[in-house]
Ligand binder design. Structure first.
Ligand code: CA
Length: 229
């Protein structure tokens, strides 16, 4: 599953630009325009990383940062603080706001991307590795390419996400609810048997010219991707 990033930024143009660029890198991106809204979203689902503007209407970015650090559930979220030139004072330079890193506006988007990747890599190397490899199967996250024994395979977007999610944790059994949340998202209602339909399609492509099926069905539960198949 791609890393989820929450952007908390009240400048809409910047928020849209960041969302666009982060999605192009393969991340799942949510946005909030103020700290209160961000708090509600974080309570619902803790993101893998937070891009947080310093100056927000209402509760400031620093105050939100402080509150997140004080809460056990959210104290470890990597936080990249954004600040306007002139706003950066000693506190942010010393990062004693609780942020892990900061960038001064206007910043270069590629540099921001590089910092975000570096921060995520520190926490969870797998989450930013662009290529997942298991046996003869190679999945390229960013380019959405899939190979088995060097042969390119064509998967639909849903089957691709399904395989990506399963390959991320080899051997681990994922139930249908977890698969629905990870692949279809929480916002839409999909019947659990839809998962089975898409796993069927995935298997058809993945195993067309091969005897071994890396996807294991766990009766009554869900599916796993077996590294040794
Ligand atoms: Ca602002």
């Amino acid at each position: 599953m791609p890393a989820r990033i929450l952007i908390v930024e009240d400048e809409e143009a910047l928020s849209v630009l960041l969302k666009y660029n982060l999605e192009a890198e393969g991340f799942d991106v949510d946005t909030a325009y103020n700290a209160e809204d961000a708090k509600v979203q974080i309570d619902e689902q803790v993101p893998d990383l937070l891009v947080l503007d310093w100056m927000l209407p209402g509760l400031s970015g620093i105050e939100l940062c402080r509150r997140l650090r004080a809460n056990k559930k959210t104290s470890d979220i990597p936080i990249l603080m954004l600040t306007a030139r002139g706003e950066e004072d000693e506190r942010i330079r010393g990062l004693d706001t609780g942020a892990d890193d900061y960038m001064v506006k206007p910043f270069s988007v590629p540099e921001l991307m590089a910092r975000i990747r570096a921060m995520l890599r520190r926490v969870n190397p797998e989450i930013v590795s662009n290529v997942l490899v298991a046996g003869e199967i190679e999945l390229h996250r960013l380019t959405h390419r899939l190979y088995r024994a060097g042969e390119p395979l064509e998967l639909g977007p849903t089957e691709f996400r399904l395989l990506e999610y399963l390959m991320q944790s080899p051997g681990r059994v994922r139930n249908r609810v977890q698969l629905l949340d990870a692949v279809w998202g929480r916002d839409i209602y999909v019947e659990e048997r839809t998962v089975d339909v898409h796993v069927g399609r995935l298997r058809k492509v993945l195993n067309r010219n091969f005897e071994q099926d890396p996807i294991r069905t766990v009766r009554g539960t869900g599916y796993a991707f077996d590294e040794k198949f």
